[in-house]
Design a protein around this ligand. Sequence first.
Ligand SMILES: NC(=O)c1ccc[n+]([C@@H]2O[C@H](COP(=O)([O-])OP(=O)(O)OC[C@H]3O[C@@H](n4cnc5c(N)ncnc54)[C@H](O)[C@@H]3O)[C@@H](O)[C@H]2O)c1
Length: 438
Amino acid sequence: MKISVFGLGYVGCVSAACLAASGHEVVGVDVNPLKVDLVTRGQAPVVEERIGELISEVVRGGALRATTDVSAAVAATEISLVCVGTPSAPNGSLSTVYLERVSEQIGRALTTKAERHTVVFRSTMLPGTCADLLVPILERASGLGAGHDFGVAVNPEFLREGTSVRDFFEPPKTVIGEFDTESGDVVAALYAGLPGQVFRVPVAVAEMTKYADNAFHGLKIGFANEIGAICRALGLDSHRVMDVFLADSKLNISAAYLRPGFAFGGSCLPKDLRGLVYAARRADVSVPLLAHVLPSNEDHLRRAFELVAAAGSRKIGLFGLSFKPGTDDLRESPLVELAERLLGKGYDLRIYDANVSLSRLMGANRDYIESRLPHLGDLLTHSAADVLAHADVCVVGCKDPAVLGALDDAGDRTIIDLVRLPDADARRAHPGYVGLGW
Ligand SMILES: NC(=O)c1ccc[n+]([C@@H]2O[C@H](COP(=O)([O-])OP(=O)(O)OC[C@H]3O[C@@H](n4cnc5c(N)ncnc54)[C@H](O)[C@@H]3O)[C@@H](O)[C@H]2O)c1
């Protein structure tokens, strides 16, 4: 393919050189003439493993050249990869000025092109930036329509500085946010033959994946370092602790606990987080990340309460009460907390949980529920259908088969889904269905 790459920084340079090395014909474009001169002379404008040799090789072989001339670059290519910077603005927001400028320039260059051109954004940008900001600029500047006259896609980049050339040829995954299928096909063809799963998703989903990744990476490093700080204060070697932690690929280094759902609870996580944060405080170790896990969980519970309040009816059916499926443990269950708040605000509540029967509750579990929901006996029903019959608003906190069956007859009732029901994809299209985090 004939490809123009806009922005010859870390991302652009590596993409341009690697695509040229893969057999494509590439022209790099930058506003900075020094970078263009360096590439033209076969030198890399950035320091990266293998990039020096690679640029020298592909420039010598004629597969890569560089220019400051946007129109010529767009005219000579079928696809433009936009890799300009998106730095933080002074207030912390994402600056899109370079993206806006380059979209304007490419849009103007499109006016002189007869063939369909595809504009692919590789820069990191917040969901909505492409469709709401950049596509209108491209359309205004070109007088053409995105999706039919020219293609648009978002293709975030997951390379690590330092090993980015290696990462390009062995990507962890390829994400293609396609404005239309034809645009997605063009990007998919660009990376054909590379390993890793390919995800073709809506444009805004592609934009968001990059933030989910980077937020998680930062979170992991902060977590490890806080555990390290606590270990040091307690005279422990954190690396011995994390060796054990990392060996657990069932619960720790796994997909477990990473699907958005309802708040956590139960007899262990809240208690142990409180205990650990208290121990850190006693040792004068600041652990802001760990200290904010319970407040974050509390905010999530509040979001669920606010969704119920916004539904506008006082007749509520709560499906599920224990802290997780397959148990009748009610201790620190977020559903008990939600029920308590709803009752406190005067909502008319009925509850169904296949695993919870008042007569079978005992010990600490019984004491807990008697102190939190003393009238549980009046609220708890024996069938999901009874709860449905009572409710205008169904709050779904479990995926018990009896509950799924009852919800089939929910009609036009509001469904507030806290657990991502199996048919959530289809339900999302219907008014009256509200997902807690989707
Ligand atoms: N650096 C990384 O490892 C990395 C990894 C993944 C994603 N990203 C994202 O990729 C994007 C680029 O990052 P980077 O580190 O390569 O940035 P960078 O600052 O190194 O390079 C950006 C380049 O764009 C050029 N530029 C600005 N406006 C231009 C225009 N109108 N036309 C042509 N060139 C123009 C600049 O002169 C500069 O050379 C950012 O959104 C970043 O968040 C970076």
